[in-house]
Structure formats: C-alpha cells, structure tokens
Write a protein that binds this ligand. Structure first.
Ligand code: NAD
Length: 261
C-alpha cells in the first residue's frame, strides 16, 4: 500500500472494525486520513490516528451533508486525490433493534437509519470518485442480517440489504473509471454499534458455536480481507459482498449433535 492514500470513516474506539482495517493498512504502508463523529469521539480517534502516523483527522457527521462536502474539500486541498475509502458507518435507534420488526419500526427511524447506514455510502462514493482520476477502491461494511433474518437486527437488516444493492449499482457506475466498490459482510464483533442490538451476546455465542471455524472473527481478520479488497491484489474484483464471518453464512442448520435440547 506504499504510496496509496485513503480515508477511514467509522473509527469510534480501538474496538471498531474501521480501526482493525486502519491498522492493517498502515502496517502495509498506506497513508491515512480519519473522520470522527462529534467532539467526544474526536478525543478518542485523535490519539489512535496519531499512533499510525496520521495528523489528518477531520470531523464528519453524514447526516449533515455540509460536513461531508467540507471533508472532501479538505482532502482535495491537502492530497489532491484519493486511492481508497473505507465506509464503516451504521446507526439506528437502539430501542427499535429489539422485538418484532413489523411492530417496532417507525417511519422516522426507518428513514434516519437508511440515510446514515445506506445512503451515506452513495453520497461518499460520489464525492470520493471525483478525487480518483486514476481509479481506486471503495469498501463498505455489512452484516448477514441483510439476507437472512437475525432476531432483533430489524431495520438494520433492511438497511444493509439496501446498502449491498447500492454497492452493486455504484460498482457498475464507477467500473468504467477503474473504481472498484465492494462490501465486507463481517461476523458479529463486540463494538459500540454491535452492543446496540438486543441480546447481541447470544448472537455472538451462537455464531461462534455454529460457524465452520468455531470462532468469532477478530477486527484484525476483517482488516486482512479489507487490505486485499483495497489493494491491487483484488484488481479483478468489484461489486462483491465478501463474507468474513468464520463461514457462518454457509450453514443452513447446526449439526443435530450440536443442537442443545
Ligand atoms: P462502531 O460503533 O465502532 O462504529 C460505528 C461508527 O459509525 C462509529 O464510528 C460512529 O461514529 C459512526 N457513525 C454513526 N452515525 C454516524 C453519522 N451520522 N456520521 C458519521 N459517523 C457515524 O461499530 P462497528 O461495529 O465497528 O461498525 C462499523 C460498521 O460495521 C457498521 O456499518 C456496522 O453496521 C458494520 N458491522 C458491524 C458488525 C458488528 O458485529 N459489530 C458486523 C457486521 C457489520
């Protein structure tokens, strides 16, 4: 990744998936810029970014389109161009990540979840592409609750399905400009966002017990797959949802010997 410059969006702390990705990219020589959402997270993100040799740390709340525009104006001013972007952003009202989707979801939270967790990827890709005259790679993070029902994941599952579909449309639009667009579908990780889902603990242990690799994935492992998708090693890959979930997505039902009665 030496000589490549990229933007990392979505570090909240050192448990964040975006942080696992940033560490792996920095280890391989990439130069990184970071965003943070709000001053409180800024105080956490700044020392983390500095520990990877970055002093390019910019506030950005994707609900506020002006802050998104300011971010890309700043990147254009400082770097002129961009090689890759990591979008690791998601949000929904926690009170609706619990219970029955059809009953708890409000129009207001549906819309807000979609704007932050899905449409922000389109808005960011559009702006990033303008700074990628020689091609580039854009990555988002999704979860298997987009294609199969996960208890309590609710509106986030709907937003992730839309995010994966947008990823494919954007990949098709930007492919002729040699800009690749992919998603990593990560297994459950204990992060701030992950903790917002009711009974996340049982989701975590069920997937650990029943995935082929019998483990939960680490942010370093997600980082390794992100490194591949953001580097030239994956120059033939776009529009792909790549599972980094210890293989859980291939399982239809656990082996009868393993089901506790
Ligand atoms: P996290 O809480 O560490 O990161 C979520 C990030 O989203 C935070 O940095 C937060 O500031 C940012 N964010 C939320 N609203 C925002 C806004 N309006 N503007 C700008 N940033 C905003 O949690 P994480 O688990 O690392 O989440 C990163 C991504 O990975 C999310 O898209 C999440 O859905 C996805 N993901 C998480 C898991 C998991 O189990 N944790 C699994 C698969 C996918």
């Amino acid at each position: 990744m030496k000589g490549k410059r990229g933007l990392i969006m979505g570090v909240a702390n050192d448990h964040s998936i975006a942080w696992g990705i940033a560490q792996k990219l920095a280890e391989h020589g990439a130069e990184l810029a970071f965003t943070y959402q709000g001053e409180a997270l800024g105080r956490r993100v700044t020392p983390l970014a500095e520990s990877l040799g970055s002093n390019f740390i910019v506030p950005c709340d994707v609900e506020d389109i002006e802050s998104v525009d300011q971010l890309f104006a700043e990147i254009e001013k400082r770097w002129g161009s961009l090689d890759f972007v990591v979008h690791a952003i998601g949000f929904s009202d926690k009170s609706q990540l619990k219970g029955s989707y059809v009953d708890v979801t409000t129009r207001e939270n549906f819309t807000r979840t979609m704007v932050i967790s899905c449409f922000s990827f389109t808005e960011i890709s559009k702006r990033a592409a303008q700074l990628m005259p020689n091609g580039g790679s854009i990555l988002t993070l999704t979860y298997g609750g987009s294609v199969r029902v996960m208890p309590n994941y609710n509106v986030m599952g709907v937003a992730k399905a839309a995010l994966e579909a947008s990823m494919r449309y954007i990949a098709s639009d930007l492919g002729p400009r040699n800009i690749r667009v992919n998603a990593i579908s990560a297994g459950p990780v204990r992060t701030l966002a992950g903790a917002g889902i009711a009974d996340a603990r049982s989701m975590f242990s069920f997937q650990k017990d029943h995935s082929p690799l019998r483990k939960n994935v680490l942010i370093e492992e997600i980082g390794g797959s992100a490194l591949y998708l953001l580097s030239d090693l994956s120059n033939g890959v776009t529009g792909e949802t790549h599972y980094v979930d210890a293989g859980y997505n291939i399982i239809s039902m656990p082996h009868p010997d393993e089901v506790k009665t």
